[in-house]
Design a protein around this ligand. Structure first.
Ligand code: SAM
Length: 173
């Protein structure tokens, strides 16, 4: 099971990025995405709406007490940060641990509290350069999940028909 915790959401500033964190997590198989920071009902509902239309079972949740959430998670806690150990050096170990453990992936927004660095199993970088939580999450999940890109989600109302030149979708019964 993959759970993603997005720290420090800021209403107005992070709406698009936070939504895309949730959608990227869903695409690469997260069962749960938990947001903290500002409680943004609009952002949470819009994700729920997308999931209802496009399918899948990813649960969208909010927690005010993110420390308690991290403490209480029973599995491998990975904080994605440009300052962490290199993904290349930890990939094999993480893939092995993924076979028998739940994973919590933590991504930040602005400055991440030192508490996070000290209370996870691994601080992991996807390149030691600043980029984005969405990119870090997608690359990490793609590696850990054998480049398995999911095309169909259960109970979708709508589906894409892959096309060379057009936007084609079909509504499902
Ligand atoms: N200086 C910040 C930091 O502490 O990493 C960068 C903030 S960045 C806008 C937001 C989030 O993107 C970070 O909290 C981290 O989760 C993720 N991120 C950015 N660059 C990363 C990298 N090279 N490797 C892993 N995660 C990264």
């Amino acid at each position: 099971m993959i759970s993603v915790l997005r720290l420090g959401h800021r209403v107005g500033r992070d709406d698009r990025i936070s939504t895309h964190v949730g959608l990227a997590a869903r695409q690469w198989g997260a069962e749960e995405v938990v947001f903290s920071g500002d409680k943004d009902e609009g952002m949470l509902e819009s994700q729920q709406d997308i999931i209802e239309r496009w399918g899948g079972n990813t649960e969208i949740q909010y927690t005010e007490d993110w420390k308690e959430f991290i403490r209480g998670f029973d599995g491998v806690k990975v904080h994605l940060t440009m300052y962490g150990e290199r993904i290349e050096d930890k990939e094999e170990e993480l893939r092995n641990r993924f076979e028998n453990n739940d994973f919590l992936l933590i991504v930040g927004s602005e400055k991440v509290s030192r508490w996070v660095y000290e209370n996870v199993d691994i601080n992991l970088s996807v390149g030691n350069q600043p980029h984005s939580e969405i990119a870090a999450l997608a690359v990490f999940l793609d590696r850990i999940r054998d480049r398995d890109i999911k095309h169909d989600f259960e109970d979708a109302d709508i589906e894409v028909e892959p096309s060379k030149q057009r936007k084609l979708t079909k509504e499902k019964d």
